[in-house]
Design a protein around this ligand. Structure first.
Ligand code: B12
Length: 298
Protein backbone atom coordinates (compact mmCIF):
# COMPACT_ATOMS: atom_id res chain seq x y z
CA UNK A 1 0.00 0.00 0.00
CA UNK A 2 1.29 3.47 -0.86
CA UNK A 3 0.98 5.99 1.95
CA UNK A 4 2.14 9.48 2.61
CA UNK A 5 4.34 9.51 5.75
CA UNK A 6 3.02 12.98 6.58
CA UNK A 7 -0.59 11.80 6.36
CA UNK A 8 0.10 8.78 8.59
CA UNK A 9 1.80 10.96 11.17
CA UNK A 10 -1.02 13.47 11.07
CA UNK A 11 -3.58 10.71 11.57
CA UNK A 12 -1.63 9.47 14.62
CA UNK A 13 -1.52 13.04 15.96
CA UNK A 14 -5.26 13.56 15.58
CA UNK A 15 -5.95 10.24 17.29
CA UNK A 16 -3.51 11.01 20.12
CA UNK A 17 -5.08 14.40 20.78
CA UNK A 18 -8.60 12.98 20.74
CA UNK A 19 -7.52 10.27 23.19
CA UNK A 20 -6.13 12.82 25.67
CA UNK A 21 -2.38 12.54 25.10
CA UNK A 22 -0.67 15.90 25.64
CA UNK A 23 2.08 15.54 23.03
CA UNK A 24 3.41 13.24 20.33
CA UNK A 25 6.91 13.05 18.88
CA UNK A 26 8.66 10.63 16.57
CA UNK A 27 12.18 9.22 16.79
CA UNK A 28 14.06 7.01 14.34
CA UNK A 29 14.05 3.42 15.63
CA UNK A 30 17.78 3.08 14.98
CA UNK A 31 18.77 6.12 17.09
CA UNK A 32 22.03 5.34 18.90
CA UNK A 33 21.49 4.96 22.64
CA UNK A 34 25.14 4.79 23.69
CA UNK A 35 26.30 2.67 26.62
CA UNK A 36 24.39 4.45 29.39
CA UNK A 37 22.03 1.56 30.12
CA UNK A 38 24.74 -1.13 29.92
CA UNK A 39 26.96 0.95 32.26
CA UNK A 40 24.05 1.40 34.69
CA UNK A 41 23.45 -2.36 34.75
CA UNK A 42 27.17 -3.17 35.06
CA UNK A 43 27.35 -0.89 38.10
CA UNK A 44 24.49 -2.87 39.67
CA UNK A 45 22.24 0.22 39.88
CA UNK A 46 19.19 -1.86 38.89
CA UNK A 47 19.28 -3.57 42.34
CA UNK A 48 17.30 -6.82 42.09
CA UNK A 49 15.32 -5.85 38.95
CA UNK A 50 16.75 -8.82 37.03
CA UNK A 51 14.27 -8.22 34.21
CA UNK A 52 16.16 -5.04 33.33
CA UNK A 53 19.24 -7.16 32.67
CA UNK A 54 17.36 -9.84 30.74
CA UNK A 55 15.88 -7.27 28.39
CA UNK A 56 19.10 -5.39 27.66
CA UNK A 57 19.50 -6.62 24.03
CA UNK A 58 15.89 -5.69 23.19
CA UNK A 59 16.13 -2.33 24.95
CA UNK A 60 19.16 -1.49 22.84
CA UNK A 61 17.70 -2.82 19.62
CA UNK A 62 13.99 -2.20 18.89
CA UNK A 63 14.30 -4.60 15.90
CA UNK A 64 14.16 -7.40 18.45
CA UNK A 65 10.87 -6.04 19.75
CA UNK A 66 9.26 -5.43 16.33
CA UNK A 67 11.16 -6.72 13.29
CA UNK A 68 11.11 -4.08 10.56
CA UNK A 69 10.44 -1.20 12.97
CA UNK A 70 11.41 2.18 11.51
CA UNK A 71 9.88 4.77 13.82
CA UNK A 72 9.20 5.08 17.52
CA UNK A 73 6.20 7.27 18.31
CA UNK A 74 6.46 8.70 21.83
CA UNK A 75 3.53 10.16 23.71
CA UNK A 76 3.00 11.99 26.99
CA UNK A 77 -0.07 11.76 29.22
CA UNK A 78 -0.48 14.13 32.16
CA UNK A 79 -1.05 13.00 35.74
CA UNK A 80 -1.89 15.02 38.85
CA UNK A 81 0.59 17.74 39.78
CA UNK A 82 -0.58 18.11 43.34
CA UNK A 83 -0.48 15.73 46.28
CA UNK A 84 -4.05 14.77 47.17
CA UNK A 85 -3.24 13.13 50.51
CA UNK A 86 -4.49 15.14 53.48
CA UNK A 87 -2.94 12.85 56.11
CA UNK A 88 0.31 11.11 57.01
CA UNK A 89 1.80 8.74 54.42
CA UNK A 90 2.43 10.12 50.97
CA UNK A 91 1.66 8.42 47.67
CA UNK A 92 3.47 9.31 44.45
CA UNK A 93 1.34 11.48 42.21
CA UNK A 94 1.39 9.00 39.34
CA UNK A 95 -0.32 6.39 41.55
CA UNK A 96 -3.11 8.53 42.98
CA UNK A 97 -5.79 7.20 40.66
CA UNK A 98 -6.29 4.20 38.39
CA UNK A 99 -3.51 2.03 37.02
CA UNK A 100 -2.15 3.83 33.96
CA UNK A 101 -1.03 0.61 32.24
CA UNK A 102 -4.65 -0.36 31.60
CA UNK A 103 -5.92 3.15 30.95
CA UNK A 104 -3.26 4.00 28.37
CA UNK A 105 -3.03 0.59 26.68
CA UNK A 106 -6.61 0.93 25.45
CA UNK A 107 -5.75 4.32 23.95
CA UNK A 108 -2.57 2.98 22.33
CA UNK A 109 -4.61 0.19 20.73
CA UNK A 110 -6.65 2.91 19.05
CA UNK A 111 -3.51 4.55 17.60
CA UNK A 112 -2.35 1.11 16.43
CA UNK A 113 -5.64 0.64 14.56
CA UNK A 114 -5.29 4.07 12.97
CA UNK A 115 -1.80 3.27 11.69
CA UNK A 116 -2.91 -0.13 10.38
CA UNK A 117 -5.01 1.83 7.89
CA UNK A 118 -1.73 3.16 6.50
CA UNK A 119 -0.24 -0.33 6.24
CA UNK A 120 1.79 -0.14 9.45
CA UNK A 121 2.50 -2.95 11.86
CA UNK A 122 2.76 -1.78 15.45
CA UNK A 123 3.64 -2.79 18.99
CA UNK A 124 2.80 -0.46 21.83
CA UNK A 125 3.75 -0.14 25.50
CA UNK A 126 3.55 2.09 28.49
CA UNK A 127 6.12 1.02 31.05
CA UNK A 128 5.30 -2.52 29.99
CA UNK A 129 7.88 -3.41 27.36
CA UNK A 130 11.63 -3.50 26.72
CA UNK A 131 11.87 0.03 25.30
CA UNK A 132 13.94 2.86 26.80
CA UNK A 133 11.05 5.26 26.90
CA UNK A 134 12.94 8.27 28.26
CA UNK A 135 15.65 7.92 25.67
CA UNK A 136 13.19 7.80 22.76
CA UNK A 137 11.03 10.58 24.22
CA UNK A 138 14.08 12.86 24.35
CA UNK A 139 15.14 11.76 20.87
CA UNK A 140 11.59 12.51 19.66
CA UNK A 141 11.98 16.11 20.81
CA UNK A 142 9.45 15.96 23.66
CA UNK A 143 11.87 17.28 26.30
CA UNK A 144 15.31 16.58 27.74
CA UNK A 145 16.61 14.09 30.30
CA UNK A 146 17.04 16.04 33.51
CA UNK A 147 19.51 15.50 36.33
CA UNK A 148 16.75 13.57 38.08
CA UNK A 149 16.85 11.14 35.15
CA UNK A 150 13.31 12.08 34.06
CA UNK A 151 12.01 13.56 30.85
CA UNK A 152 11.54 17.27 31.56
CA UNK A 153 9.45 19.48 29.26
CA UNK A 154 9.94 23.25 28.96
CA UNK A 155 6.35 24.28 29.72
CA UNK A 156 4.98 21.15 31.35
CA UNK A 157 7.76 19.81 33.57
CA UNK A 158 8.11 16.10 34.31
CA UNK A 159 4.77 15.01 35.80
CA UNK A 160 3.67 12.77 32.93
CA UNK A 161 3.56 9.18 31.81
CA UNK A 162 5.41 8.14 28.71
CA UNK A 163 3.96 5.71 26.20
CA UNK A 164 5.31 4.40 22.91
CA UNK A 165 4.12 2.94 19.62
CA UNK A 166 6.76 1.15 17.55
CA UNK A 167 5.79 1.12 13.90
CA UNK A 168 7.12 -0.23 10.64
CA UNK A 169 6.05 3.03 8.97
CA UNK A 170 8.78 5.54 8.16
CA UNK A 171 7.28 8.68 9.71
CA UNK A 172 8.79 12.19 9.71
CA UNK A 173 11.12 12.49 12.75
CA UNK A 174 11.41 15.29 15.28
CA UNK A 175 14.55 17.09 16.38
CA UNK A 176 15.85 16.62 19.95
CA UNK A 177 15.96 19.74 22.13
CA UNK A 178 18.88 20.91 24.23
CA UNK A 179 19.16 20.27 27.97
CA UNK A 180 17.97 23.16 30.15
CA UNK A 181 18.99 21.94 33.61
CA UNK A 182 21.89 24.40 33.48
CA UNK A 183 23.62 24.76 36.82
CA UNK A 184 20.60 23.58 38.82
CA UNK A 185 21.29 20.57 41.05
CA UNK A 186 18.22 20.86 43.29
CA UNK A 187 17.02 17.31 42.61
CA UNK A 188 20.38 15.77 43.49
CA UNK A 189 20.64 17.90 46.63
CA UNK A 190 17.09 17.21 47.78
CA UNK A 191 17.17 13.42 47.42
CA UNK A 192 17.38 12.22 51.05
CA UNK A 193 19.19 9.00 50.09
CA UNK A 194 21.60 10.55 47.53
CA UNK A 195 20.22 8.25 44.84
CA UNK A 196 20.91 10.75 42.05
CA UNK A 197 24.38 11.29 40.71
CA UNK A 198 25.50 12.60 37.31
CA UNK A 199 22.01 12.29 35.85
CA UNK A 200 21.82 8.67 36.98
CA UNK A 201 19.33 7.20 39.43
CA UNK A 202 20.77 4.41 41.57
CA UNK A 203 17.74 2.20 42.26
CA UNK A 204 19.52 0.65 45.26
CA UNK A 205 19.07 3.98 47.04
CA UNK A 206 15.90 5.28 45.39
CA UNK A 207 12.86 5.47 47.71
CA UNK A 208 10.61 4.77 44.75
CA UNK A 209 12.38 1.44 44.19
CA UNK A 210 12.23 0.49 47.87
CA UNK A 211 8.53 1.24 48.23
CA UNK A 212 7.40 -0.30 44.92
CA UNK A 213 9.80 -2.82 43.43
CA UNK A 214 11.90 -4.21 46.26
CA UNK A 215 10.90 -7.68 47.38
CA UNK A 216 11.94 -7.34 51.04
CA UNK A 217 12.27 -4.68 53.77
CA UNK A 218 15.46 -2.81 53.05
CA UNK A 219 16.29 -0.56 55.98
CA UNK A 220 16.16 2.60 53.84
CA UNK A 221 14.48 5.41 55.80
CA UNK A 222 11.42 6.37 53.81
CA UNK A 223 10.43 9.59 55.62
CA UNK A 224 6.74 10.16 54.93
CA UNK A 225 6.76 8.20 51.65
CA UNK A 226 4.43 5.22 51.73
CA UNK A 227 4.34 4.41 47.99
CA UNK A 228 6.72 5.87 45.38
CA UNK A 229 8.54 9.17 45.76
CA UNK A 230 8.35 12.53 43.99
CA UNK A 231 11.00 14.51 45.87
CA UNK A 232 13.28 14.90 42.81
CA UNK A 233 10.28 16.21 40.87
CA UNK A 234 8.82 18.42 43.61
CA UNK A 235 11.98 20.53 43.80
CA UNK A 236 12.41 20.84 40.03
CA UNK A 237 11.84 24.46 38.93
CA UNK A 238 10.36 23.20 35.66
CA UNK A 239 7.48 21.69 37.63
CA UNK A 240 6.09 25.10 38.48
CA UNK A 241 3.30 24.83 35.93
CA UNK A 242 3.49 27.42 33.19
CA UNK A 243 0.54 25.97 31.34
CA UNK A 244 -2.93 25.06 32.59
CA UNK A 245 -3.40 21.31 32.38
CA UNK A 246 -6.51 19.19 32.53
CA UNK A 247 -6.00 15.91 34.35
CA UNK A 248 -7.91 12.78 33.37
CA UNK A 249 -10.38 12.20 36.25
CA UNK A 250 -9.40 8.50 36.24
CA UNK A 251 -5.99 9.57 37.55
CA UNK A 252 -7.30 11.51 40.54
CA UNK A 253 -7.43 10.10 44.05
CA UNK A 254 -10.70 8.88 45.54
CA UNK A 255 -11.89 10.83 48.58
CA UNK A 256 -11.59 7.91 51.07
CA UNK A 257 -7.99 7.21 50.11
CA UNK A 258 -7.04 10.86 50.47
CA UNK A 259 -8.19 10.78 54.11
CA UNK A 260 -7.04 7.40 55.45
CA UNK A 261 -3.82 7.76 57.43
CA UNK A 262 -0.89 5.39 57.00
CA UNK A 263 -1.46 4.01 60.50
CA UNK A 264 -5.08 3.23 59.64
CA UNK A 265 -4.08 1.55 56.36
CA UNK A 266 -1.85 -0.80 58.38
CA UNK A 267 -4.93 -2.22 60.08
CA UNK A 268 -6.72 -3.16 56.82
CA UNK A 269 -7.81 -6.75 56.27
CA UNK A 270 -6.94 -8.42 52.94
CA UNK A 271 -10.50 -7.85 51.73
CA UNK A 272 -10.51 -4.20 52.70
CA UNK A 273 -7.15 -3.70 50.96
CA UNK A 274 -8.50 -5.32 47.78
CA UNK A 275 -11.60 -3.11 47.81
CA UNK A 276 -9.83 0.16 48.57
CA UNK A 277 -7.07 -0.37 46.01
CA UNK A 278 -9.10 -2.11 43.26
CA UNK A 279 -7.85 -0.74 39.92
CA UNK A 280 -4.98 1.15 41.58
CA UNK A 281 -1.27 0.52 40.80
CA UNK A 282 -0.78 0.18 44.57
CA UNK A 283 -2.74 -3.09 44.56
CA UNK A 284 0.19 -4.72 42.73
CA UNK A 285 2.56 -4.49 45.71
CA UNK A 286 0.06 -6.16 48.07
CA UNK A 287 -0.96 -5.39 51.64
CA UNK A 288 2.16 -6.88 53.25
CA UNK A 289 4.57 -4.71 51.24
CA UNK A 290 2.46 -1.62 51.96
CA UNK A 291 2.57 -2.43 55.70
CA UNK A 292 6.36 -2.92 55.54
CA UNK A 293 6.67 0.50 53.91
CA UNK A 294 4.54 2.11 56.61
CA UNK A 295 6.65 0.46 59.29
CA UNK A 296 9.81 1.87 57.67
CA UNK A 297 8.47 5.44 57.60
CA UNK A 298 10.11 7.68 60.15
C1 B12 B 1 13.31 0.78 35.91
C2 B12 B 1 12.44 2.00 36.08
C3 B12 B 1 12.45 2.62 37.33
C4 B12 B 1 13.39 2.20 38.46
C5 B12 B 1 14.81 2.73 38.18
C6 B12 B 1 14.87 4.25 37.93
C7 B12 B 1 15.75 4.65 36.77
N1 B12 B 1 16.18 5.87 36.79
O1 B12 B 1 15.99 3.92 35.82
C8 B12 B 1 12.69 2.81 39.71
C9 B12 B 1 11.74 1.79 40.30
C10 B12 B 1 13.60 3.31 40.81
C11 B12 B 1 11.85 3.92 39.05
C12 B12 B 1 11.43 5.04 39.71
C13 B12 B 1 10.69 6.06 39.12
N2 B12 B 1 10.09 6.02 37.92
CO1 B12 B 1 10.46 4.64 36.59
N3 B12 B 1 10.81 3.47 35.16
C14 B12 B 1 11.65 2.49 35.02
C15 B12 B 1 11.58 1.93 33.59
C16 B12 B 1 10.75 0.64 33.59
C17 B12 B 1 12.92 1.68 32.93
C18 B12 B 1 13.93 2.84 33.08
C19 B12 B 1 15.32 2.46 32.66
O2 B12 B 1 15.52 1.91 31.60
N4 B12 B 1 16.27 2.71 33.53
C20 B12 B 1 17.66 2.48 33.26
C21 B12 B 1 18.33 3.82 33.01
C22 B12 B 1 19.82 3.68 32.78
O3 B12 B 1 17.76 4.26 31.85
P1 B12 B 1 17.23 5.77 31.67
O4 B12 B 1 17.43 6.53 32.93
O5 B12 B 1 15.86 5.71 31.08
O6 B12 B 1 18.27 6.29 30.62
C23 B12 B 1 18.18 6.01 29.22
C24 B12 B 1 18.21 7.28 28.42
O7 B12 B 1 17.62 8.31 29.14
C25 B12 B 1 19.66 7.50 28.07
N5 B12 B 1 20.40 8.43 28.92
C26 B12 B 1 20.11 8.89 30.13
N6 B12 B 1 21.06 9.72 30.55
C27 B12 B 1 21.97 9.77 29.59
C28 B12 B 1 23.16 10.47 29.54
C29 B12 B 1 23.95 10.32 28.42
C30 B12 B 1 25.23 11.03 28.39
C31 B12 B 1 23.53 9.48 27.34
C32 B12 B 1 24.32 9.31 26.13
C33 B12 B 1 22.32 8.79 27.42
C34 B12 B 1 21.57 8.96 28.54
O8 B12 B 1 20.27 6.22 28.16
C35 B12 B 1 19.44 5.28 28.83
C36 B12 B 1 19.22 4.07 27.97
O9 B12 B 1 18.59 4.40 26.78
C37 B12 B 1 10.82 3.10 32.83
C38 B12 B 1 9.89 2.67 31.68
C39 B12 B 1 10.66 2.32 30.44
N7 B12 B 1 10.35 1.20 29.83
O10 B12 B 1 11.55 3.05 30.03
C40 B12 B 1 10.04 3.80 33.98
C41 B12 B 1 9.90 5.32 33.91
C42 B12 B 1 11.24 5.88 33.55
N8 B12 B 1 9.58 5.68 35.29
C43 B12 B 1 8.80 6.70 35.41
C44 B12 B 1 8.45 7.31 36.64
C45 B12 B 1 7.28 8.29 36.61
C46 B12 B 1 9.16 7.02 37.81
C47 B12 B 1 9.04 7.75 39.17
C48 B12 B 1 8.86 9.26 39.08
C49 B12 B 1 7.87 7.10 39.98
C50 B12 B 1 7.65 7.65 41.39
N9 B12 B 1 7.07 8.82 41.54
O11 B12 B 1 7.96 6.98 42.35
C51 B12 B 1 10.40 7.36 39.83
C52 B12 B 1 11.51 8.37 39.52
C53 B12 B 1 12.90 7.92 39.91
C54 B12 B 1 13.97 8.59 39.04
N10 B12 B 1 14.40 9.77 39.43
O12 B12 B 1 14.37 8.02 38.02
C55 B12 B 1 8.36 7.23 34.05
C56 B12 B 1 9.14 8.52 33.74
C57 B12 B 1 8.33 9.66 33.12
C58 B12 B 1 9.22 10.84 32.83
N11 B12 B 1 8.67 12.05 32.85
O13 B12 B 1 10.39 10.72 32.57
C59 B12 B 1 8.72 5.99 33.11
C60 B12 B 1 9.15 6.38 31.70
C61 B12 B 1 7.45 5.10 33.08
C62 B12 B 1 6.38 5.64 32.15
N12 B12 B 1 6.08 4.94 31.06
O14 B12 B 1 5.80 6.67 32.37
N13 B12 B 1 11.66 3.66 37.72
Amino acid sequence: MIYSPQAARQAAEYAARALGFSALGVAPADAAQGTHLADWLAAGMHADMAWMERHLPARQNPQLVLPGVRSVIMLTYEYARTDAREVQGRIARYAQGEDYHKLLSAKLADIDETLQLYGGQQRYFTDSGPVSERFFAARAGLGWIGRNGLLVRPKMGSYCFLACVLTTLDLPYDTPMSNHCGKCHRCEQACPTAALQNGCCDARKCISFHTIESKSPTGVVLGDRMYGCDICQEVCPWNTPQQETEIDPHLLMTAPLSRLSAQYLRTLSDDEFERLFAGSPIRRIGLRHLCNNIQQMS
